[in-house]
Design a protein around this ligand. Structure first.
Ligand code: FPP
Length: 264
């Protein structure tokens, strides 16, 4: 049994962590945070109470990921569809919650050496939200630990559309479209024009609240990721759950389209 205590882990987290192989932690974990509304409904509370508790779950998850040394963590906080399909009051509550979260958590980010990044159509977000996002990103830009990427106003299909337009724009500025036609567009070129060009593909994607869907999240980047679905609703998700997901990931055999080791 290992005797070392990983900096700042709770007793329960440490118990799960001790079962993990620290050499085989996933490099990039992406999470679809779902179930805030159901969490609130079960308690006869308004949906926004679920979102408030959801922020606490974000804090715990981010801290644990950083403490065990996960280099990249990406959280799906707000989809492009959320604008259209939720009441305006809920959307503006989520925007305010995000601003408060970024302001309040800055010291946590800096204390834990966490760098903030964003993916999504941020220019469509309210001005105050954009300004706070930029402020928090600048204030953490020099940190060298976990990169926390928040997907805000994000949709995988709009990301692909934006990438294709960006490829055409770049070509128009650099030798014109004839030049582009000679080069052929390959997977590497597309990857460089995605919002995630600062990230490796996720090794593990976690979805809470039991739904078996990707919901337009990182469709290109999740091609070979391991999927872990838990019944736990997002506000109940904690660092311990994150470590349990990693334990499950470590049992999987990743083949990337090749053969299983024993059949080679
Ligand atoms: C899904 O729950 C969750 C969201 C749409 C928003 C996620 C937001 C948070 C966790 C809080 C804010 C985040 C940050 C980073 C400050 P749902 O409302 O779809 O739940 P339901 O499916 O049970 O209705």
């Amino acid at each position: 049994m290992r005797t070392s205590v990983t900096n700042g882990l709770s007793h329960k987290e440490q118990e799960v962590y001790d079962l993990l192989d620290p050499q085989r932690l996933p490099h990039h974990i992406a999470i679809i945070m779902d179930g805030n509304g159901r969490w609130a409904k079960r308690r006869h509370l308004p949906r926004i109470a679920g979102h408030k508790r959801g922020v606490e779950a974000v804090r715990g998850t981010v801290e644990t990921a950083s403490r065990v040394g996960i280099p990249w963590l990406t959280l799906y906080a707000f989809s492009v569809e959320n604008w259209k399909r939720r009441p305006k009051t809920e959307v503006s509550f989520l925007m305010r919650l995000l601003v408060t979260y970024l302001k309040r958590e800055l010291s946590t980010f800096n204390d834990n050496n966490i760098r903030l990044e964003y993916i999504g159509r941020r220019l469509e977000l309210p001005d105050e939200v954009q300004e706070t996002m930029q402020w928090a990103q600048d204030a953490t830009a020099k940190n060298t630990g976990t990169v926390l990427t928040l997907a805000l106003n994000y949709g995988a299909r709009s990301e692909l559309a934006d990438a294709f337009n960006s490829i055409v724009d770049a070509a128009a500025k650099n030798g014109g479209l004839e030049h582009l036609r000679k080069q052929l567009i390959d997977e590497e070129t597309i990857g460089k024009h995605l919002y995630t060009s600062h990230l490796p593909d996720p090794d593990l994607v976690i979805r809470t609240s039991g739904e078996m869907r990707l919901s337009n999240f990182l469709l290109w980047q999740l091609a070979y990721s391991e999927i872990y679905v838990t019944e736990t609703l997002w506000p109940d998700f904690s660092g311990k759950h994150l470590l349990e997901a990693i334990a499950d990931f470590q049992k999987r055999e990743r083949r990337f389209g090749g053969l299983a080791e024993h059949s080679a």
